[in-house]
Design a protein around this ligand. Structure first.
Ligand code: PMP
Ligand code: GLN
Length: 385
C-alpha cells in the first residue's frame, strides 16, 4: 500500500460554509449560514450572459481579462474611489475573490514570512499563507459594546522584521466592521517605514450602511503603492456562483500577481466577463443602490429579532449580522450552531471558527441576504429560543 500522504495542511478540515450548508440541506433548516443571496442576478445581466453564450464568446479569454470588463471595472473604480487604473498593467480579472486572494498571497509570501490577519479572519487566508511557507499572526479585533473595531496598537505591536504583509477585509466578514478613513491613515503611518504589503479583500465594497461610503485602499495614495486590492462580482450582482472577481495593484505587483494567476487558472469564464462588462456600464445604479437594498434587509431582520434573547448591534456593512446568544445558552458556538440547525431548523455560522482563540465569545453570524419571508420565518424561530 502507498504511504499515507503527510498533509501540507494538517489543521485544515472542510470549511464551515460547506459543513453548515450541508447540515442545513440534510435537516431542511433555514440556511442563514453560508453567505449567498436567495435572489437572482438582475434580468438585464442574465440576458447579456445568455447573449454571449450564444454569440461566440465561448473560448479562452485573455489571461488578464476581457478588455471591455477591465475598462468597466476601471470606470467603476474611478467613479467610486477616484483612482484611475491602467487596465493594461494594474488590473486582472480573477476566478472569484478566492483565486485572487490565493494568487496574491502566493505571489507575495515566502517561507518564513509572517502575515498579519485580523480575527475573526475569513477562512481562505491562512491556508494560502501556510501553503507558501508563511505563518499567520492573528491579531484580534477589539469588542466595544458588542461592536467589533480595529485596535491599531496590537496591530502595530505585531509588525516584526519578518512581517511580509497584512491582510485587511473591510467591509468585514463576519462582523460587518468598517475601516474608515482614519483607519486607513493610521495603517499607512504604521507601515510607513516598513516593506510590509497590504492585501485588501473588499468583496463587500458596495454594501455599507447608514450613509457611510466604503473607504477603499484604492482611494488611499500611500497605501495603494504597497497593496493588492481584491474584489468580486459575486456579492455585488447576486451571482456568487459565477466566480468572477478582480485584483487591482500597482504595475510592479500586478506583474507578480499575473505570474501566479496565469498558472492557477489562466483565464476566467468568457461569457460572464463580457456580460458583466456590459451590465456594469449600462446600469451603475444597481451597485450604487445595493447598500440601500441590504440596509432594508438588515433593519427588517434586526427589528424582527427585537423580542428575542439575542443581543446585537445592527451591522455596519456586508449582508451578515452577528448576535450574542449568551442569554440563551452557555454552550460553545460550534455546538450551538449545530444544535439550532438540527433541533430548531435554523443554520448559522459560529464565529470562533474564524479566530485563533475564541475571544469572540458566544456569537453567531446570520446571513440576511434572503427574501423577507425567509427572514420572518427565521426570526420567529429565533424569538422562541
Ligand atoms: N472574501 C470574503 C471576505 C468573502 O466573504 C468571500 C466569499 N463571499 C470571498 C472572499 C470569496 O469570494 P468569491 O466567491 O468571489 O471567490
Ligand atoms: N463568503 C461566503 C461566506 O462568508 C462563503 C464562501 C464559501 O462558501 N466559500 O459565507
Amino acid at each position: 500500500m502507498h504511504k499515507t500522504l503527510d498533509s501540507k495542511l494538517p489543521h485544515v478540515g472542510t470549511t464551515i460554509f460547506s459543513v453548515m450548508s450541508r447540515l442545513a440541506e440534510e435537516t431542511g433548516a433555514i440556511n442563514l449560514s453560508q453567505g449567498f443571496p436567495s435572489f437572482e442576478p438582475p434580468d438585464a445581466l442574465l440576458e447579456r450572459f445568455e447573449h454571449y453564450l450564444t454569440h461566440g464568446a465561448n473560448q479562452y479569454a485573455p489571461m488578464s481579462g476581457v478588455p471591455s470588463l477591465l475598462r468597466a471595472i476601471a470606470n467603476k473604480t474611478f467613479r467610486t474611489q477616484g483612482r484611475s487604473l491602467d487596465t493594461e498593467n494594474e488590473l486582472t480579472v480573477s476566478t472569484g475573490a478566492t483565486e485572487g486572494l490565493f494568487s496574491a498571497i502566493t505571489a507575495l509570501i515566502r517561507p518564513g514570512d509572517e502575515v498579519i490577519v485580523l480575527d475573526p479572519a475569513y477562512d481562505a487566508y491562512e491556508p494560502a499563507i501556510e501553503l507558501s511557507g508563511g505563518r499567520a499572526v492573528h491579531v484580534p479585533l477589539a469588542i466595544h459594546d458588542d461592536e467589533f473595531v480595529v485596535d491599531w496598537q496590537p496591530v502595530a505591536d505585531a509588525v516584526s522584521p519578518k512581517t511580509r504583509a497584512i491582510v485587511l477585509n473591510f467591509p468585514h466578514n463576519p462582523t460587518g466592521a468598517v475601516i474608515g478613513r482614519d483607519g486607513l491613515d493610521t495603517l499607512a503611518s504604521l507601515l510607513r517605514d516598513t516593506d510590509v504589503y497590504v492585501i485588501s479583500d473588499e468583496v463587500y465594497e458596495h454594501i455599507v450602511f447608514d450613509d457611510v461610503l466604503h473607504d477603499s485602499v484604492l482611494s488611499h495614495d500611500e497605501l495603494w503603492e504597497r497593496s493588492i486590492v481584491i474584489s468580486s462580482f459575486g456579492k455585488t450582482f447576486h451571482a456568487t456562483g459565477w466566480k468572477v472577481g478582480y485584483a487591482a495593484a500597482p504595475a510592479h505587483l500586478t506583474t507578480e500577481f499575473r505570474k501566479v494567476h496565469q498558472f492557477t487558472t489562466f483565464a476566467v469564464n468568457t461569457p460572464a466577463q463580457f456580460a458583466l462588462a456590459d451590465y456594469l456600464e449600462s446600469d451603475p445604479a444597481f451597485y450604487l443602490a445595493l447598500s440601500g437594498f441590504y440596509q432594508q434587509k438588515r433593519d427588517l431582520f434586526c427589528d424582527l429579532l427585537e423580542p428575542s434573547r439575542l443581543r446585537l448591534r445592527p451591522s455596519r456593512s456586508t449582508f451578515f449580522q452577528v448576535a450574542d446568544y449568551s442569554e440563551i445558552s452557555d454552550q460553545p458556538d460550534v455546538e450551538v450552531a449545530e444544535q439550532w440547525t438540527t433541533d430548531n431548523g435554523i443554520a448559522t455560522i459560529p464565529l470562533s471558527v474564524f479566530c485563533e482563540t475564541p475571544f469572540s465569545g458566544h456569537r453567531l453570524r446570520f446571513c440576511f441576504a434572503k427574501d423577507d419571508e425567509t427572514l420572518t420565518r427565521a426570526a420567529e424561530i429565533l424569538c422562541e429560543l
